[in-house]
Write a protein that binds this ligand. Structure first.
Ligand code: COA
Length: 333
């Protein structure tokens, strides 16, 4: 540890990557019994990107997104001290962050995965900001990357229509306390409801004949859509309000609402509960579906490239999903 001095932290660059193959609702209706009309009216999704074929993995997406973020600020990857890869669909259960580290050439960085499903990017941002604000590290790469197409049951129309594959990255840097941009955060978990959204480990029915050890495998994503919907619309506005209260800020001071891109109806219901204009919702899920840990950095990166978010804007970022876990970060851009 270099110092215990309290520093500030700010996001200095973003990047994102998507697979080249897009897959429309119409194409989906050739795989399961559904329609563009049903999917669009219930979710706002028109198409998603999928890792089809054998030549690209979730790690490749994470690497590409990271390189774009590094290029944006012309940063030498050797300046990165820590890499946090938020993913629930790693290429290796021991972790995929180390592969990102080697492929981008961040040889001075320690790297680890953080598993928190669709809240993974928010939890990773908060984790990174702690390392920066205590003065331990100077530059941290946070990546959200998921390829849930590998884990959905492609015969279950209630889940397979929702998800897409992508990666998004952000570089955080320490700064003086007066320039701190990660203003506040608020995080929650309620494991009593983990059954509503899971990708559970399933044990074989019989053990190894000599060892009495049961081995197994991970099942497809299972979800109670209605319960997840109610949870998000009830809990996320409360989390945003708690976060604002801790800063003595009002809802009116929010310039942009950047929510996990799960479902457009969830996003508008949250905005309505907070009396925030729909014009402040930043969304791109019609193009990409729910990309889990990648959704927030993917939409943030697009909004920054399009110059929608400007200097000094107050951005409320909230993630929610399996765990159940949810949380908010308020950022001054
Ligand atoms: N196409 C056509 N019909 C479908 C369908 C599909 N893809 N998926 C389900 N249906 C059918 C159901 O079988 C059901 O038919 P029935 O009435 O004959 O039984 C009907 O549509 C309604 O299903 P239901 O599950 O009640 O739909 P819903 O209004 O709850 O919408 C979701 C389903 C998934 C869109 C909605 O619950 C949702 O968005 N939940 C949140 C999910 C989420 O965001 N998860 C990730 C969080 S990180």
């Amino acid at each position: 540890m270099k110092s215990l001095m309290i520093q500030g932290a700010k996001i200095i660059a973003t990047g994102s990557a998507i697979p080249s193959s897009s897959f429309s609702n119409h194409e989906m209706s050739e795989v399961v019994n559904t329609s563009d009309e049903w999917i669009f009216t219930r979710t706002g999704i028109k198409e998603r990107r999928l890792l089809q074929g054998n030549d690209q993995s979730v790690v490749d997406l994470a690497v590409l997104a990271s390189k774009k973020a590094l290029n944006q600020v012309a940063m030498d990857p050797c300046q990165i001290d820590l890499i946090i890869l938020a993913t629930s669909s790693p290429h290796d259960l021991f972790g995929s962050a180390s592969k990102v580290q080697s492929q981008i050439g961040a040889f001075n960085a320690v790297a680890f995965d953080l598993t928190a499903a669709c809240s993974g990017f928010v939890l990773s941002l908060v984790t990174a900001s702690q390392f920066l604000q205590t003065g331990v590290y100077r530059n941290i790469l946070v990546v959200g990357a998921d390829a849930l197409s590998k884990w959905v049951d492609w015969s279950d129309r209630s889940t397979c229509i929702l998800f897409g594959d992508a990666a998004g990255a952000a570089i955080l840097q320490s700064c003086s306390f007066t320039h701190n941009a990660i203003l506040s955060f608020q995080l929650n978990t309620d494991g009593n409801y983990s059954k509503y959204l899971s990708m559970a480990y399933e044990q074989d029915i019989s053990p190894h004949p000599k060892l009495n050890i049961y081995q197994g495998y991970f099942k497809y994503i299972s979800m109670n859509g209605k319960e997840v919907y109610k949870f998000a619309v009830f809990q996320v506005p409360l989390s945003i309000l708690k976060c604002l209260n801790s800063l003595n800020m009002s809802v009116e001071e929010i310039d942009w609402l950047v929510l996990h891109q799960a479902n457009y109806r969830i996003l508008t219901a949250i905005a309505e509960k907070l009396s925030i204009s729909k014009n402040k919702i930043i969304s791109n899920l019609h193009k990409y579906g729910n990309t889990s840990a990648a959704s927030i950095p993917l939409v943030l990166d697009e909004a920054i490239q399009n110059k929608k978010i400007s200097h000094n804007d107050i951005v409320a970022i909230a993630g929610f999903g399996a765990g159940l876990t949810w949380g908010t970060i308020i950022v001054r851009w």
